[in-house]
Design a protein around this ligand. Structure first.
Ligand code: ZN
Length: 240
């Protein structure tokens, strides 16, 4: 059965900055789409901030099983109305993968109730993502750890709720540690935060990073949707 995947990207760095364009000439969204197209059951759409309704019309949202989200500079430009529609769909069952700097997105705040704050620096540090759950569907085919020669350093404390499942814990050569991959259940849906993917490094060309994203899409795909997520007035007690 097909999995409908929508990849959303604010698509600003790639247009403004030559060093980013060199790595992602067609944008991070298209690079991810190319990488994920190995999966014949994925039906992949892309959407960007500058499109009407950010490319996320009700029609698109309602036909998405798993939404990937990359944003950084323009979190504030994402319309609250769209954020609310996405959050409502997640509560009904849709999966959402917040990538890298989406730690500070409106969606992170809305879905977790936390700020997603962290410490960071850009010093081309080496990163090791330790696999905490070697028997988890998201780490299928991943060994003890993933090494990225250069990434932006993210460090604890990370302003998130305690995850339901923590999948990756990272070490950076500058000494920081960080919860780089974790799941939070959001009513009937699941949120997966996955940290690699700073715009000036080719982390989305790394086969293991892509494997994690593919596995996560399969894990987050809802079995079905619960359309009524509001309270139900049950007038009579259940007696039989
Ligand atoms: Zn970054």
């Amino acid at each position: 059965m097909s999995i409908h995947v929508t990849i959303w990207n604010e698509f600003i760095h790639e247009k403004k900055d030559e060093s980013v364009r060199r790595i992602y000439p067609n944008g991070i969204h298209n690079a991810l789409k190319d990488q994920l197209s190995s999966e014949s059951d994925f039906v992949i759409k892309t959407a960007t901030l500058d499109q009407p309704e950010h490319g996320l019309t009700e029609e698109v949202i309602n036909h998405t099983d798993v939404l990937l989200w990359w944003g950084h500079m323009a979190h504030g430009q994402v319309k609250d109305e769209i954020v609310n529609k996405i959050a409502d769909r997640v509560r009904k069952g849709m999966g959402i993968i917040l990538l890298h700097s989406a730690h500070a997105s409106k969606l992170m705040k809305c879905l977790t109730g936390c700020t997603g704050s962290l410490s960071w620096r850009e010093q081309n540090e080496k990163q090791i993502l330790w696999n905490l759950k070697p028997n988890h569907p998201i780490t299928k085919g991943i060994g003890e750890y993933i090494v990225l020669d250069k990434e932006e350093t993210y460090g604890e404390p990370f302003g998130i709720p305690d995850p339901d499942e923590c999948i990756f814990l990272s070490w950076f050569s500058g000494g920081n540690v960080f919860r780089s991959g974790w799941i939070k259940n959001v009513q009937n849906g699941k949120l997966f935060y996955f940290q690699p993917g700073h715009e000036t490094f080719p982390s989305y060309m790394n086969p293991e990073v892509i494997k994690v994203i593919i596995n996560a899409i399969r894990y987050l795909k809802p079995l079905n949707y619960i359309e009524n997520v509001d309270s139900i007035w049950q007038k009579e007690p259940i007696t039989s």
